[in-house]
Ligand binder design. Structure first.
Ligand code: SF4
Ligand code: SF4
Length: 282
């Protein structure tokens, strides 16, 4: 297998938009592998880790966070221009994140309730995934991303191949690890049948239902699971709450949230209702 020599090391950057930095910390959490990574990749921009800065260009740019402000909307276009390969990392970057729950609400009302000088806060009505704004070449899902997925991505970059990341349900991980199914055993609602694996079925391992932080897998059959939840919960608001998590703005989960009255705590008049994405006021 041919690897890149020191002279042709890839120039790699890590950037962030609206996010908590947790996915960047997953990179730093690789700990003993970090030195080997730094020997093989030229990490020229990573403000979470170093004060050395580079404006690009980059062979590979990892970007964390959603697009939530006018500055970020402009910044991601410039970052895309500087990057040969752009990889979005984490639920914020790939799905809008928890902040996308505001997309169902009147953002101005929130701003006014929270800030004494709301006119000084420059933010967009919506928090959206990066792929809504620019072309994305690859993504790592999860809140935060999986260290195993990250290792696979970095290994693939080093040898110039496509990352091989499984796209199967959390349920399969439960079965492989011998965990008791929380839905069957205790009736606990669980998004595991719809959610992409990568976490090692962390929540079911502790007797909790999955709340979908890795986002929907391919062909997730969300309507069918929502019907099952509706039979086991006290009403549509409960079903909406189950889907209204870190990846609520992904189309399969968003559709269920829309059909069940929008996320908890929404205020009428948000962009989702204004633009007819779904009538959250039903
Ligand atoms: S995906 Fe989760 S861990 Fe990553 S930046 Fe967003 S909130 Fe933080
Ligand atoms: S079980 Fe679901 S909510 Fe829990 S860490 Fe895994 S993907 Fe996220």
């Amino acid at each position: 297998m041919t690897t890149r020599g020191a002279r042709s090391r890839l120039r790699v950057g890590v950037a962030k938009l609206a996010s908590c930095d947790g996915c960047q910390l997953t990179i730093l959490d690789l700990e003993e592998e970090l030195l080997a990574i730094a020997e093989r990749l030229d990490i020229v921009e990573f403000p979470e880790a170093s004060s050395l800065r580079s404006a690009g260009p980059y062979d590979v740019l990892l970007v964390e966070g959603s697009v939530s402000s006018p500055d970020q909307a402009a910044e991601i276009v410039e970052l895309r221009r500087q990057a040969k390969t752009l990889v979005t990392i984490g639920a914020c970057a790939t799905a809008g994140g928890i902040q996308a729950l505001r997309n169902w609400s009147d953002h101005d009302a929130f701003r006014t309730a929270v800030y004494p000088r709301p006119e000084l806060v420059e933010s967009l009505d919506t928090a959206t995934p990066i792929s809504d704004h620019v072309k994305v070449d690859a993504q790592l899902v999860g809140c935060p991303i999986s260290a195993d997925h990250l290792r696979e991505l970095l290994a693939a970059l080093l040898v110039g191949r496509r990352p091989q990341i499984r796209e199967e349900a959390v349920c399969l991980e439960c079965k492989r690890r011998g965990y008791v199914c929380v839905m069957v055993a205790t009736g606990t609602p669980c998004l595991g049948p719809l959610t992409q694996t990568g976490c090692g079925a962390l929540c079911p391992a502790f007797g909790r239902g999955c709340y979908g932080c890795f986002g929907p897998r391919e062909q997730p059959h969300a309507e069918s699971l929502a019907r099952t939840f509706a039979e086991r919960t006290t009403g549509p608001a409960d079903v909406a709450r189950l889907f209204a998590g870190f990846t609520a703005w992904t189309p399969p989960f968003r559709s269920i949230v829309d059909q069940h009255g929008g996320p908890p705590g929404r205020t009428p008049g948000g962009p989702a209702t204004k633009e007819g994405v779904g009538d959250a006021r039903r």
